[in-house]
Design a protein around this ligand. Structure first.
Ligand SMILES: Cc1ncc(COP(=O)(O)O)c(C=O)c1O
Length: 471
C-alpha cells in the first residue's frame, strides 16, 4: 500500500484510488516547506499533527502537494459525510456564486436560505411539528444561538451540560465544553453553565450494571437540580447524542428517555448537539431520529459540519413556538446562512437521500465493527468498541482491568497510520480513543485498505506477532 506504484497512474479518478505514499519520508519535500511556512505564519494554538498538505480531495481521498494519496477517515472531523468536492455540490455552489455570493438575511431575503430552512423544518426531528430554523456559520456559533433561544423562550438563565462534552471554542461554547484544556487560562467565563456526570458505560463505577450506571447518572442530574441550578432557574439540558471530542461515547437511549422525562417534569428544554453526529452518519439522518421513534425527541437540534459539505454553515432548528419568543434583531448576523453555503446544503440533502447514505452508513458500520470486534478479542489493550452506525470509537487502555488510558499508544497508532496513507484522529478526554469518521462515500476497496492499514498500525505498536490472515 505504501511505497508502491502511484495508484493515480492506474486510476484516473482520485475518488477511486487507494492510499499510496511514494515520497521517501513524510512530510514530503513540498509539504515540509509549506509546513515550515505555516509554523512561521500561524499561531501554534491552531494545533495540527498531520504530515501532509492537501492539494486536492475527491470522495474519501486526498492528494497532498507531493502526490501522496491519503485515505481520509477524519473527513474534516465529520464535515465530509458526502466526501471531498462532490461534483454536484461544486456545481450547485458555482451556479449560486454566479448569481450572487451574499445577502444578509437581516436586510435582504434570499431564497436558498428560505428553502433550506423549509427542508430542515421537514426533516430535523424536534418534537413539535411546527418548526423554524435559523442559520449561522460555525458549530459554536449555532450552540450560542441555541442558548440564546432557550433563555429567551423560558426566561431562565442556566443550562446544564456534561462532563466530556465538546460544544466549540467561542467563550460560551468553551465554557460548556468539559475538557479544561480547551479553555485553560482564558477566563473569566460566562455564568450560568452547570456541569454534570455523563453516563460513560465503559467507565461506569466498578460493580455497576449498565442500568445501575444510568440510574446513577440520573441521580447526579437530579442532584444538580437541587445543588447547582434549581428547575425554575434551568432553561435547558444540552447534550451530544454521541460525545465526539469526549471519546465517541454514545448517550444511552434509556438515559436520554429519562432525561427527557425529567425535562418535561420541570419545564426544562432538551437540546441535542448533532453537529458531529448529524447527516446520515448514525444510520439515520440524525441520532435524534432514533430518539423520536422512542418518543423522546429533543426540543432543539443544533447541526453544522456535514450540512454543507465543507462550506461554513450551521443551523438551529426548534419548535416555532420557541423561536417566536425571540425578539426581532436578537439573532442573525452578517454571514449566517450565506447563499452559496445554503445552495450547497440543499444539494447535500438531495444526495444523502438519493444515494441512500443512511443505508451506506449502516453497511460501513457492519464491515468496520466486524473487524474492530475481532481486534478487540485479539488485543486486550483495545478496551472498548462503541458507537452508533458508522460513528465509532476504539478506546485503548494499558490493561483491561485498570482501564488506564493508553494515550501514548493511540498517538503512535495515529502517526503510523498516517505514514501508511490513512488519516485517523484521536479523541477522548485522555486522548486514548481512535475515532472512525470515514466519509460515507468510501468504496469497499478503500474501506478494506483502511482497515488493513489501521490493523497493521495497531499491531506494530503493540508488537503483537499476529497477522492479518488471522482476521
Ligand atoms: C459536537 C460538537 N459541537 C460543537 C462543535 C463546534 O463546531 P465548530 O468547530 O464549527 O465551531 C463541534 C466541533 O467539533 C462538535 O463536534
Amino acid at each position: 500500500m505504501t511505497k508502491g506504484k502511484r495508484t493515480s497512474e492506474v486510476s484516473a479518478l482520485l475518488r477511486d484510488a487507494l492510499p499510496c505514499i511514494h515520497t521517501a519520508s513524510l512530510p514530503g519535500p513540498m509539504a515540509a516547506s509549506i509546513l515550515a511556512r505555516r509554523q512561521q505564519a500561524l499561531p501554534a494554538g491552531i494545533a495540527s499533527v498531520y504530515p501532509c498538505v492537501i492539494k486536492r480531495g475527491e470522495g474519501a481521498m486526498l492528494e497532498d502537494v507531493d502526490g501522496n494519496l491519503f485515505l481520509d477517515w477524519v473527513g474534516g472531523v465529520g464535515v465530509l459525510n458526502i466526501g471531498y468536492s462532490h461534483p454536484e455540490v461544486v456545481e450547485a455552489a458555482r451556479e449560486q456564486a454566479g448569481r450572487f455570493f451574499h445577502s444578509m438575511m437581516n436586510i435582504t431575503t434570499h431564497e436558498p436560505y428560505v428553502e433550506l430552512a423549509e427542508e430542515l423544518n421537514d426533516i430535523v426531528p424536534v418534537r413539535d411539528q411546527r418548526r423554524k430554523t435559523m442559520f449561522a456559520n460555525s458549530g459554536a456559533e449555532a450552540i450560542e444561538n441555541a442558548v440564546k433561544l432557550v433563555r429567551a423562550a423560558t426566561g431562565r438563565p442556566n443550562i446544564i451540560v456534561f462532563e466530556g462534552a465538546f460544544h466549540g471554542r467561542t467563550l460560551l461554547a468553551a465554557t460548556m465544553t468539559g475538557k479544561r484544556a480547551y479553555s485553560e487560562g482564558l477566563g473569566p467565563f460566562p455564568d450560568g453553565v452547570c456541569r454534570v456526570e455523563f453516563p460513560h458505560l465503559y467507565r461506569k463505577p466498578q460493580g455497576f450494571t449498565d442500568a445501575q450506571a444510568i440510574d446513577y447518572a440520573l441521580e447526579r442530574l437530579e442532584d444538580a437540580l437541587v445543588q447547582q441550578s434549581p428547575p425554575q432557574q434551568t432553561a435547558a439540558i444540552v447534550l451530544e447524542p454521541i460525545q465526539g471530542e469526549g471519546g465517541f461515547v454514545p448517550a444511552p437511549f434509556d438515559w436520554v428517555r429519562s432525561v427527557r422525562e425529567l425535562c418535561d417534569r420541570y419545564g426544562i428544554l432538551l437540546v441535542a448537539d448533532e453537529i458531529q453526529t448529524g447527516f446520515a452518519r448514525s444510520g439515520r439522518m440524525f441520532v435524534s431520529d432514533y430518539w423520536a421513534e422512542g418518543g423522546f425527541a429533543p426540543d432543539v437540534i443544533v447541526t453544522a459540519k456535514s450540512l454543507a459539505a465543507g462550506l461554513p454553515l450551521s443551523a438551529v432548528t426548534a419548535s416555532a413556538r420557541l423561536f417566536d419568543a425571540v425578539r426581532p434583531g436578537l439573532i442573525g448576523g452578517t454571514y449566517g446562512g450565506n447563499a452559496v453555503a445554503c445552495a450547497a446544503a440543499l444539494k447535500v440533502l438531495e444526495i444523502i437521500r438519493r444515494d441512500r447514505l443512511c443505508e451506506r452508513a449502516l453497511h460501513i458500520a457492519q464491515v468496520a465493527r466486524e473487524a474492530f470486534t475481532t481486534w478487540k478479542q485479539r488485543w486486550p489493550q483495545l478496551g472498548d468498541v462503541r458507537g452508533i452506525g458508522s460513528m465509532m470509537g476504539l478506546e485503548f487502555v494499558e490493561d483491561p482491568t485498570s482501564k488506564k488510558p493508553a494515550a501514548g499508544l493511540v498517538e503512535a497508532i495515529v502517526e503510523e497510520a498516517a505514514h501508511k496513507g490513512l488519516l485517523v484522529e484521536s479523541a477522548g478526554v485522555y486522548g486514548n480513543v481512535i475515532r472512525f469518521l470515514c466519509p460515507l462515500v468510501v468504496n469497499d476497496f478503500q474501506l478494506q485498505a483502511g482497515l488493513t492499514i489501521l490493523e497493521d498500525a495497531i499491531r506494530e505498536n503493540l508488537n503483537s506477532p499476529t497477522t492479518t490472515q488471522e482476521r
